[in-house]
Structure formats: structure tokens, C-alpha cells
Design a binder for this molecule. Structure first.
Ligand SMILES: [Zn+2]
Length: 398
């Protein structure tokens, strides 16, 4: 396992050539007419045909060998605790394992698995600030973990949200996992959080583990958090009529997670499609959880939704890239100049019945990850976790 200390803008100039298919992450135009890309100091500066780009004086050149380049995947729902360790399943290296599944960015929905997690107000604030600090200072193999997501408790006042924001906290953990389980109080606190630039997510459905509770559609609608966290349950889902209400009666994010009810995820997807609102769909794993850690969880969701939910594979990739980046205000997730140079290189898995990577995903197979890049730096080569990709990129020059 390789680790680095964070930001790392020392990437120099990266040129990627010979890309067979360039996925943009943007749902309105998911496939780009491009075979090459240039990034300087970790930011994309050019995308297009190799002859039209300034590729001189590169510090690193990647020959994509004809495979697909996509924005690095974003897991919209994780529960990290400390570094690359999770006490939930007593596992070390889970974040690094997810990078091998193409995930370059993770968003904490609360550091709720910390043994003895503080629930008093001063304690929960201190804990959230600590998580924000530690995960921005330490990155497992370069993966960006946005953490420091306090779980709100009764008695919090506006000043608490102002203090959290001033200290660098940008997220709320899942509303409903703490003592605030009623719509009225949740709404008040979510609004305070929003006022100070803190985005929010709410637990949806039945309790996940002993100690969490039922959050039904009335509470979700009243709380009005930015993201309807695991609308397909975590794992116990709301009835279909309530899910339909949530899709129809608000415009918030529809988050589908791997550690949820697959049938309800497909129901949500079809409802969003019917409404013409696929830009609201984002993906997560909700890992680590009772059902474990899934290094390939986001890829599995993409393949499941594309194959059983009848959406084109290139659109399903947007659920885990551009949609999430836009909803969460992240600088990654889209292949366009100015964005963070965070990529995953994919190809059809060896012996897939699909003729191309997109074809194979449409048939329900997982693609093979051949390389990941974060901040313009190559982080992993052929994945140790996915089925082997037919072809994998190579670094041809420094
Ligand atoms: Zn939850």
C-alpha cells in the first residue's frame, strides 16, 4: 500500500494518448470526440484529438492502448473512521482496495463507526473537525476522502453550524443516525447547515444497524436535505409508493447504494427516467457497513443499473461521476479543462460476451480497471480486484 500526505500538485505535465473511448461524466453529452488529454500540475488543460493538443515537454506520457478513459469514480456514501482502517469489519486497506475498483473520491456520510463516538454537542463537533483534518492530511494511495461529517443531535443551535463551517466542515453526516429523527428539528438544522455552506444527506428507510431508526418519506421531505441518502434503503427500503413520492415531490439527489435494496434501486431509476430527471441519480456503496466493504461496489452498481435498468452504460457512468460532482460541488468527475486530473482506465474484461467495454457493462459484466490517476499522478496499474481488462494502458515516457 502506498500513501501520501495529501494535496500533491507536483505532477508536472501529463499526456494521455491513444484513448479508444473518452467518457465525459456529463449526462447531457456522455461521450467525447477525443483520443487524448493533457493535464498540468494535476488539472486538465486540454481534451481532444492528439494533433490539436500541446503535448510537448511532457513529464509523463500514458499510452492508453485503445481503452476507455473515464473520470475517476465518486462514491457518494462511505463511512470512514481513521486512515485506511475500518472498525466496522475490522479491516485495513479498504480505501486502497476501492481505488482498485476505480474510485478516486469518497464522500463521508458520517464517521459513525468510531467506537465510542461522541454524541454530546462539543464532542461531536470536535470529532467532525478531527475527521476533516485527518482525512485531508492523509490520503490512502491518493484517494480523496471528504470527511468530517457530524451527525446532528438535539440541542444544536445555529452557532454550532457556524462554528463547524468556520472550522472547515462542509458536510453533514446522515440525518437520522443521531438523536434528531423528526422532520421539524431536522429541517431547522439542515437549513442552518445550508446557510453556512454545509451540504446534507439524510438516512432513508428502515434502521441499518441496531441503534439507527426508520426515516420515512414525510420526514425526508420535511427535512429537505440536499441528498436523499440511500433512497433504496440501507438495506431496508421504503415502500415503492413512498419512493415515488420522494422522486416526484422534491428535486433533491436520489442516491442509490450498493448496500441497499437492488429492486428499490431499479424502481427509483425507472421513476427518475420517467420524470426525465436522471441527472438527480448518484451512486454510493454505504460501505463499510454490516454487509462489508465492496471494492467494486460502484462498478457493480453501474453494471446493475445499466443491464437491468436499461440505461446506456455511458449514462450509468455519469451517475458515479459528473452527477455527483455537480451535486456536491466537487472539482473532479468531469473531463473538461480546469477539472482535477482524476481518471480511471477501463476495458472489457477478458472473455466478456460484450464486444466493447460499454457493451460488456450493458450485458451486466464488470469492466476491468487497467490504471487509475489522481491529481495527474499514476496511482495504480492493472487492478488487483477487477476481472482482468483485455488491454491496459502503459506509461511510455517520463
Ligand atoms: Zn444510512
Amino acid at each position: 500500500m502506498a500513501h501520501d500526505a495529501g494535496g500533491g500538485g507536483a505532477a508536472g505535465k501529463l499526456v494521455v494518448r491513444n484513448v479508444g473511448l473518452m467518457l465525459s461524466g456529463a449526462i447531457e453529452n456522455p461521450i467525447l470526440d477525443a483520443d487524448a488529454l493533457v493535464a498540468v500540475d494535476g488539472r486538465i488543460t486540454g481534451v481532444g484529438r492528439i494533433g490539436d493538443l500541446d503535448t510537448a515537454n511532457a513529464t509523463t506520457v500514458i499510452d492508453a492502448q485503445g481503452v476507455t478513459l473515464a473520470p475517476g469514480l465518486i462514491d457518494s456514501h462511505v463511512h470512514p473512521v481513521a486512515g485506511d482502517w475500518t472498525p466496522r469489519q475490522n479491516q485495513i486497506g479498504w480505501i486502497d482496495s476501492c481505488l482498485h475498483g476505480g474510485v478516486t473520491t469518497m464522500i463521508s456520510a458520517g464517521e459513525v463507526h468510531m467506537p465510542g463516538r461522541p454524541r454530546d454537542i462539543v464532542g461531536l463537533k470536535a470529532f467532525a473537525i478531527t475527521a476533516q483534518r485527518t482525512f485531508s492530511a492523509f490520503r490512502a494511495t491518493g484517494v480523496k476522502v471528504h470527511a468530517g461529517a457530524p451527525v446532528i443531535e438535539p440541542g444544536m443551535e445555529e452557532i454550532d453550524f457556524a462554528e463547524l463551517a468556520a472550522a472547515g466542515v462542509r458536510l453533514l453526516g446522515e440525518v437520522g443516525l443521531g438523536g434528531v429523527k423528526d422532520g421539524e428539528n431536522a429541517r431547522k438544522m439542515v437549513a442552518w447547515a445550508r446557510k453556512y455552506g454545509i451540504t446534507s444527506t439524510i438516512h432513508t428507510g428502515g434502521p441499518s444497524i441496531p441503534g439507527s431508526g426508520l426515516i420515512d418519506k414525510d420526514i425526508v421531505l420535511e427535512a429537505d436535505a440536499d441528498v436523499i441518502g440511500h433512497i433504496n434503503g440501507g438495506h431496508t427500503a421504503l415502500p415503492d409508493d413512498q419512493i415515488r413520492c420522494l422522486c416526484e415531490q422534491c428535486g433533491r439527489g436520489l442516491e442509490l447504494v450498493h448496500n441497499g435494496n437492488e429492486r428499490s434501486a431499479l424502481f427509483t431509476l425507472r421513476t427518475a427516467k420517467e420524470l426525465g430527471q436522471l441527472e438527480r441519480v448518484i451512486l454510493g456503496t454505504d460501505a463499510p457497513a454490516g454487509s462489508g466493504v465492496q471494492p467494486l461496489g460502484v462498478l457493480r452498481m453501474i453494471a446493475m443499473l445499466s443491464s437491468l435498468g436499461e440505461v446506456p452504460a455511458e449514462v450509468a457512468f455519469c451517475f458515479a461521476t459528473g452527477n455527483t460532482a455537480r451535486m456536491r460541488g466537487l472539482d473532479c468527475g468531469l473531463i473538461e479543462p480546469g477539472r482535477s486530473a482524476d481518471f480511471v482506465f477501463l476495458d472489457r474484461a477478458q472473455h466478456s460476451a460484450g464486444k466493447t467495454m460499454l457493451d460488456s457493462v450493458r450485458l451486466g459484466d464488470l469492466p476491468g480497471v487497467g490504471m487509475t490517476v489522481i491529481d495527474g499522478i499514476v496511482r495504480t496499474q492493472r487492478s488487483r480486484n477487477t476481472p482482468p481488462a483485455d488491454r491496459a494502458p502503459t506509461v511510455v515516457g517520463h
